[in-house]
Design a protein around this ligand. Structure first.
Ligand code: BT5
Length: 250
């Protein structure tokens, strides 16, 4: 189990709110953002009871087995769409740093090892009228989640399972947040999009989107994170949010 003392000491001087159990770190971070949290402030939970994926889906975070972190960021509005890329690239760095191979990003927000999902990223923006107040970058990473016998057994994995050895969750958390800082600080450089694109495993694949309404070839991505799909009719369509099948059956 992570404890508040360990986490706050390890991450100091970063402002931290730690919870042994919480519904969702993204909700707590959004509330803190509205209270005026500084950019870089982070909410951590050892366990989430109502972790959220996209489109109201559930993200599992059992106690003692994963990382669940939500970072408050205050980017300029034109870079908002790249915050999810920052999260995915931070996880990729973490996994590369552990020596894992076959690490890639499945559009738009899954980080996979050998084609299995080890991490998910959910960014949620907060607006004040027309103005961007900030964004919460939520990252979930499976460290030793046991998916055996669950519906996710054949498409989710954990770091320890892939590495075949135990890892220190606290050290991983610190490395993950350092990586978030590094990619966030580089946002203005224009590198983020190129690096994210390079790690995407989706380009060139035949994809099925929108529940089968769109089938085609994933040709390209744009700087907003949109996916350009060449349909069977030859037309190029842009998809901003969605899931691609068959690899994703969520
Ligand atoms: C995501 O959604 O992948 C974004 C997940 C973001 C989770 C973080 S944890 C910290 C922060 N606080 C929150 O409440 N959320 C964020 P999506 O692409 O919609 O994928 C969700 C789907 O992934 C589910 O429908 C399942 O099929 C699958 N799934 C659920 N839990 C998983 C897990 N632990 N590992 C792998 N796959 C999982």
């Amino acid at each position: 189990m992570l404890t508040a003392e360990q986490v706050t000491q390890t991450l100091a001087p970063r402002p931290v709110r730690f919870f042994a159990t919480l519904e969702s770190t993204n909700d707590a971070a959004l509330a803190w953002l509205h209270e005026g949290a500084a950019s870089g402030s982070v909410v951590i939970a050892d366990e989430q009871t109502r972790g959220r994926g996209r489109l109201g889906r559930v993200w599992q975070t059992p106690a003692g087995a994963a990382l669940a972190a939500s970072v408050v960021l205050r980017p300029p509005p034109h870079l908002l769409h790249q915050i999810t890329m920052v999260g995915a690239l931070a996880v990729v760095d973490l996994l590369d740093g552990l020596g894992l191979s076959d690490v890639g990003v499945k559009w738009p927000n899954d980080v996979q090892v050998r084609g299995r999902k080890v991490s998910g990223v959910l960014s949620e923006a907060a607006w004040r009228g027309q103005n961007l107040d900030g964004v919460v970058l939520g990252i979930g990473v499976n460290v030793r989640v046991d998916f055996a016998g669950t519906g996710l057994a054949d498409r989710a994995t954990s770091i320890e399972m892939e590495l075949g050895r135990p890892v220190d969750r606290l050290a991983l958390l610190a490395s993950l947040l350092d990586a978030v800082d590094r990619w966030y600080d580089r946002l203005e450089s224009g590198l983020t999009f190129d690096c994210w694109k390079r790690r995407l495993t989706t380009l060139g694949q035949t994809v099925t989107l929108q529940g089968g309404a769109l089938v085609g070839q994933a040709e390209a991505v744009d700087e907003q994170g949109g996916l350009l799909v060449r349909g069977l009719d030859g037309r190029l369509r842009r998809v901003l949010a969605g899931d691609i099948a068959p690899a994703d059956r969520s």
